[in-house]
Design a binder for this molecule. Structure first.
Ligand code: PEP
Ligand code: MG
Length: 541
């Protein structure tokens, strides 16, 4: 196999270690007739019991409460009496143990989906449960993070959310996936944990277990079979200045460096000026019922308390599509990414948005943080105006919207007449501009933030902001790429929000260039024919 594999750098940094692959889900063998039904039922029960024990053990050892909650719910499904009864019946009807388990769990899955709500949200847990019980029946390794006894580089097609939630930086040095994109949730979680990650890496699955690899998550390269030092071109972390966390170009032009977070814990040790994107939906992703006002006030207050005197931009719930919330799920949507997601949920459930805004306002009143609020998936000026009115009525003075839909980008000047700021969500803006699912590895080239069409839309928004003196930030994952951050600063973007571990490299890149150089880089990138030419033009500068 080649000793250099290329993919997309999805989380910066470099790490070297032995590679180990996440086991594939087991395949069912061709069915054979059952000769001893009792023995076959025992085989199925033994597999179910082993899986229950394994999941229970994983729930007990994880320090991550979200992951523990997912695992406990899964253990309860495995222990359900109806699973055993159904499997026994299926075996006696002539199905071997693994086939019986798969058939019964397929029925349970259909029933959960039909029931909706929290039960429907557990359908994915059932798929994982099926894989585990089938693997045990067949004597195959259970799908799980490898346990080689030393820190390792994880190789996978992609990671299920439950696997991604369990990534422990003490065990996993880096992640390489053959599928996925820069904005898939594997990539976002890896960035939040500071794990160097390369996604959409062809050939990754051919790396034999135990082979030493070096993962360069900045350049999107995996060196196979030999140890190489961390790349020289990676900018060294900037010396921290606790008294002044402001991002600046070499000649002192301020570009605010902010954090993307899903909860207060992600701010621990973050050297940022504030929070540019608080993804509130991540707090409530396992809730059956909408969170109460009191529950929300507590969650928001925890983040505000970590940022006294600093800016915190709270995004209202971005539910739907790839981030379904059990209490807002609609199973009949034919095309969820183009359906009722983000602010559009308020068309059906205005009460949920009102409760959230009231909770943000209450928590803001009790804090010294400079709280702003913004809405996701805004498409028109009138949606922006309605959102602003709602927030101002609730006593929240600073209101913005995300620019994630091309229609909003082309009307950014008009939207800025009714809001205080814009925040460009490049993950979704790429998805909708290029009609390419943000989770698709195969379309990763279209989702490349250096695509000239995306740059043109960002330039349009930044110019609209500059014309009226209102801030226009970027909070999509692209802001974490140091070279791209220089381009964004040159386009006139006023803040960059990213996973906290990415901040030092972006700070260093800005500090190494004057505003004029950033502008020149932006012009070169805008003039380039494609992403590769844009990168090359900026690198040459
Ligand atoms: C985006 O779309 O760029 C964004 C920041 O929002 P999310 O990734 O949460 O959809
Ligand atoms: Mg988005």
């Amino acid at each position: 196999m080649p000793d250099l594999l290329r993919g997309l750098g999805a989380s910066a940094g470099a790490a070297t270690g032995p590679a180990y692959r996440l086991a594939d889900p087991p395949r069912l063998p061709a069915p054979r007739p059952v000769t001893d039904p009792d023995a076959e039922v025992d085989r199925a029960y033994a597999a179910i019991d082993a899986v229950c024990r394994d999941i229970g053990r994983r729930a007990a050892v994880t320090a991550d409460e979200t992951a523990a909650e997912i695992l406990r719910a899964q253990a309860a499904l495995a222990a359900d009496r109806t699973l055993r009864d159904g499997v026994a019946l299926a075996v006696r009807a002539g199905h071997e143990a693994p086939h019986a388990v798969a058939a019964v769990l397929a029925d349970h899955r259909a029933a959960l989906l039909a029931a909706g709500g929290l039960l429907a949200a557990r359908a994915a847990d059932l798929d994982d449960l099926r894989d585990r019980v089938v693997a045990h029946c067949l004597g195959l390794p259970m799908p799980a993070l490898p346990e080689p006894g030393c820190p390792f580089v994880l190789i996978a097609v992609d990671l299920a959310p439950a696997d991604a939630a369990l990534l422990d930086p003490a065990r996993v040095l880096a992640v390489v996936t053959s599928a996925g994109s820069f904005v898939s949730h594997t990539a976002i979680l890896a960035r939040a944990r500071g794990l160097p990650t390369v996604v959409a890496c062809g050939g990754a699955l051919e790396i034999a277990d135990g082979t030493v690899v070096t993962v360069d998550g900045t350049a999107g390269r995996v060196t196979v079979g030999r140890t190489v030092p961390a790349p020289a071109e990676e900018p060294p972390p900037a010396p921290e200045e606790p008294a002044d966390l402001r991002g600046r170009t070499a000649d002192g032009h301020h570009v605010a460096l902010l954090a993307n977070i899903g909860c207060a814990a992600e701010l621990a040790g973050a050297a940022v000026e504030g929070v540019g994107l608080f993804r509130t939906e991540l707090l409530f992703q396992h809730h059956i019922d909408p969170p109460t006002t009191a529950e929300q006030i507590d969650a928001y207050a925890e983040v505000f308390a970590a940022m006294p005197g600093r800016q915190v931009i709270v995004r209202t719930l971005d539910a739907g599509a790839d981030k379904p919330l059990p209490f807002l799920r609609d199973h009949d949507e034919p095309n969820p990414a183009l359906g009722i997601r983000g602010l559009r949920v308020a068309r059906r459930r205005a009460d949920i948005l009102r409760t959230q805004i009231a909770a943000i306002a209450a928590a803001a009143r009790a804090s010294t943080a400079r709280v702003a609020v913004m809405a996701p998936m805004v498409t028109t000026v009138s949606e922006a105006a309605q959102f602003t009115a709602l927030c101002r009525d609730a006593g929240l003075p600073t209101v913005g919207v995300m620019i994630e839909v091309p229609a909003a980008a082309v009307r950014s000047a008009e939207i800025l007449q009714v809001v205080d700021f814009l925040s460009v969500g490049t993950n979704d803006l790429s998805q909708y501009t290029f009609a390419a699912d943000r989770r698709s590895g195969e379309l990763a080239d279209l989702l490349d933030p250096w695509q000239p069409a995306l740059l043109s839309l960002i330039a349009l928004c930044a110019a609209a902001g500059a014309a009226v003196g209102r801030p226009v930030g970027v909070c999509g994952e692209a802001a974490a790429d140091p070279a791209f951050a220089v381009v964004l600063a040159g386009l006139g973007v006023t803040s960059l929000s990213m996973s906290p571990p990415a901040v030092p490299a972006v700070r260093a890149a800005l500090a190494a260039h004057t505003l004029e150089e950033c502008r020149a880089a932006a012009q070169r990138a805008l003039a380039a024919a494609d992403p590769a030419a844009a990168r090359a033009a900026v690198t040459r500068l």
